[in-house]
Design a protein around this ligand. Structure first.
Ligand SMILES: Cc1cc2nc3c(=O)[nH]c(=O)nc-3n(C[C@H](O)[C@H](O)[C@H](O)COP(=O)(O)O)c2cc1C
Length: 352
């Protein structure tokens, strides 16, 4: 662990000074407005990014894309992530965001999914670093907002283009680059190549590199900084597994002992998370929330019959009644931190 400095380290990204160097990495389908707000209330979160939004969908203001960019005054600082293989769409999406007072734009160059890569977006952009740089340059020229990029190490192990691409992006004024330390070929398998992230850090002069991948504990976040020299760390699945991770990191940076949340705090988080979702999605949130059932069930040691009901509940009244029962019966099942409840695509990456 790094030596505690008594004050959390701040970090400058474009015009924004962020009060913590620990960020939330976007997890489409999970890191929606409700979850971001819940994390912010716990403390220690430096920056959050929305799920990726397709450029054309955004400018067409489809219902789904409007849900993805929904935010609130409490949901700050926030970056909106966009993707497209078509430069004009990206530019139009960036302008759309600027006109509506969003604070920052992130361009996705890391997504391995076929439907994103097939149209030339996501990780596919890393195969043509000149083309990708030109595309981002057009976005930078079109808006005043800070523009960041999230990428992988490259398409495959023969093409580790992240250092070269990050250096080119720094030259055209990109405010920061996040690097998930895997290739597109790896998908979510294998291990994170911290050396590859370090090489990306070494390739730029002063642009912050945000390291990402497989950070599950505060210790792993600090070792990521030590081993890669990165300016900040983005945590995705680790924040789902332990929403208190940012608060713990903040405590540790301030020289305090990081504490685990009490059972009551966790149950309150469960309840508030659902009701926060309900503010945005109304009764549809019952359906949306069910995928969190297994996670809360395992985390709180909820007996299986209650977890099963959490997977099927149909109204806010039923949910509140369930929470009452969880308050009485949590811990009846052996409590453990779940490790594999966030589904990632599997099978050969070519078929995703
Ligand atoms: C279910 C899921 C959804 C994801 N959605 C996005 C996304 O919308 N945009 C993005 O840049 N990365 C996305 N990612 C990648 C993560 O941001 C992150 O790079 C990756 O999960 C590795 O970090 P982690 O181990 O901290 O989760 C997603 C990953 C998962 C598992």
């Amino acid at each position: 662990m790094i030596e505690s400095s008594q004050t959390p380290q701040t970090i400058q990204i474009g015009p924004r000074r962020l009060t913590s160097r620990f960020f939330l990495a976007p997890l489409a389908g999970y890191t929606h407005l409700a979850f971001r707000v819940m994390l912010r209330r716990l403390g220690g979160l430096g920056l959050a990014t929305t799920d990726l939004v397709q450029g054309q969908m955004l400018i067409s203001e489809t219902r789904k894309s409007m849900e993805l960019v929904a935010t609130s005054p409490e949901d700050r600082p926030l970056t909106v992530q966009i993707f497209s293989g078509v430069t004009d769409q990206l530019v139009a999406a960036a302008k759309w965001l600027e006109d509506r007072d969003y604070e920052a734009i992130d361009i996705n160059m890391g997504c391995p999914m076929a439907k994103v890569n097939g149209s030339g977006g996501g990780a596919r952009l890393m195969c043509n670093t000149d083309g990708a740089t030109e595309m981002v340059g057009r976005v930078i020229d079109a808006v005043e907002l800070p523009v960041t990029v999230k990428m992988r190490l490259g398409w495959d192990r023969e093409n580790l283009t992240a250092p070269q691409l990050a250096a080119a992006l720094e030259n055209i004024g990109v405010a920061a680059v996040t690097v998930h330390g895997r290739t597109r070929e790896q998908g979510f398998g294998g291990s994170v190549n911290r050396d590859g992230i370090r090489q990306t850090v070494d390739a730029v002069s002063s642009m912050p590199i945000v390291a990402n991948g497989d950070v599950r504990t505060p210790e792993e976040a600090f070792s990521m900084i030590e081993e890669t020299g990165c300016a900040a760390v983005a945590i995705g699945r680790g924040a789902m597994l332990d929403p208190w991770i940012f608060r713990k990191l903040q405590d540790m940076e301030c020289g305090r002992t990081a504490t685990e949340p009490s059972a009551e705090e966790q149950i309150q988080f469960l309840s508030d998370h659902f009701h926060q979702m309900r503010e945005q999605h109304g009764d549809y949130s019952c359906m949306l929330f069910r995928k969190f059932a297994a996670w809360y069930g395992v985390r709180l040691g909820v007996p299986e019959d209650l977890e099963d009901r959490l997977r099927r509940f149909e109204s806010a009244t039923e949910f509140d009644e369930l929470v009452g029962q969880i308050r009485q019966r949590h811990g009846q099942r052996e409590c453990q931190i779940p490790t594999a409840l966030i589904r990632v695509p599997n099978g050969p990456v070519e078929h995703w």
